[in-house]
Design a protein around this ligand. Structure first.
Ligand code: DAH
Length: 350
């Protein structure tokens, strides 16, 4: 009997590793342990074995059964592994860059920001930075914005709860609230307090307002602020600079005009309109683009600059609006969705 069992096992050891598919495996399994399988036949003969030999023969058969099962298990594992491998496809190295990834392009907002800074740097401005978390002093008080001005309203401004502390942002008085800056004009104050005139800075950055998001509003957008402080600065200098900046950015056919307006930190103050009919989707003669004016003497006094000596201009504008004009984008939300189908349309290299 041992010889018979050995023969069966030897056959299984030879045959099973070559089985490649589940149907073949099931057929092979049936040939050994199915109702008419070779091992089953042997087991059926157990009844004829004399009683005293039965324990020894039983042990033999059992061992044969175990080793046959091991062959079957190994064959099935091989089949499963090859099934998984075929589902996974060819071997890949996941640490390699994806073959689908082309070189990235610059985000249109980054492009407009960098272009504006480049144009302004060329005429003597340097880039200044300020925190997005501000205090009422830098965002409003020092900019001559009275306590009851609507811009300070909690409906327009994100205030932090009074218990919130920002150890790295100093407050003028312990009563004032922290807030998310509503404009980059706060950087004017920080720059003037830190340095001394003459000053020429450009400060791009993120600002926050309690606006409901739609095609032209976002609670979080970007502005660019400019401040120039020197002796004998006039509105002519301001107008000349803005003429230069916009025709450099948008082309020589661009015109600007000033409309009288009110801002607490400038006197006189103007809103700036652009005429740029050559741009895509511009169907109005004049489009409002920002605010500007001559730095108010109150602001100079507040930062310790003698208003009888120092004069200056300032302007601020939204970067999204500029980018929308430049590229004919009609929904501000596209800027923030990181949809490659949108981003790919701007072949702006870094
Ligand atoms: N801060 C104004 C705004 O957010 C824009 C502005 C107006 C900035 C006049 C200035 C300025 O520097 O002089 O709408």
């Amino acid at each position: 009997m041992q010889d018979l069992l050995n023969a069966i096992l030897a056959k299984a050891a030879g045959e099973l590793p070559g089985v490649r598919s589940r149907p073949d495996f099931e057929a092979a399994k049936a040939r050994y342990v199915g109702p008419n399988g070779e091992l089953t036949q042997v087991m059926k003969k157990m009844g004829a074995v004399p009683k005293e030999e039965r324990p020894a023969v039983g042990k033999m058969v059992n061992e044969a059964k175990i080793s046959l099962q091991a062959h079957l298990d190994a064959a099935l594992a091989t089949i499963e592994a090859s099934e998984i491998a075929s589902q996974l496809g060819p071997r890949i190295d996941p640490t390699l860059p994806s073959p689908d990834l082309g070189p990235g392009t610059m985000h249109p907002l980054t492009h407009v920001r960098e272009e504006m800074c480049r144009i302004l740097r060329k005429v003597g401005f340097s880039v200044a930075d300020g925190p997005e978390v501000e205090t009422e002093y830098y965002c409003f008080d020092a900019l001559n914005t009275p306590a009851d001005h609507p811009a300070r309203d909690a409906q327009d401004t994100f205030y932090f709860p009074p218990s919130t502390q920002f150890g790295n942002i100093a407050r003028k008085n312990p009563e004032e609230k922290y807030l998310l800056r509503t404009h980059t004009s706060s950087v004017q104050i920080r720059t003037m307090l830190k340095g001394s005139p003459p000053i020429r800075i450009v400060s791009p950055g993120r600002v926050y307002r309690r606006d409901t998001s739609d095609a032209t509003h976002s609670a979080n957008f970007h502005q660019l602020e400019c401040l120039s402080v020197d002796r004998n600065v006039t509105v002519r200098d301001l107008k000349a600079l803005l003429d230069h900046v916009f025709s450099s950015l948008l082309g020589p056919d661009t015109k600007i005009r000033f409309r009288p307006h009110y801002f607490g930190y400038t006197e006189p103050s103007f809103e700036v309109d652009l005429s740029a009919k050559h741009l895509p989707k511009v169907n109005k003669e004049w489009i409002e683009i920002g605010g500007c004016g001559m730095v108010d003497p109150t602001v100079f006094s507040g930062v310790g600059y003698d208003p009888n000596v120092w004069t200056g201009y300032a302007f601020g504008m939204g970067l999204e609006r500029l980018a929308m004009l430049l590229y004919g984008i009609d929904d501000i939300r596209y800027f923030y969705q990181n949809d490659v189908r949108f981003l790919k349309q701007f072949s702006l290299s870094t």
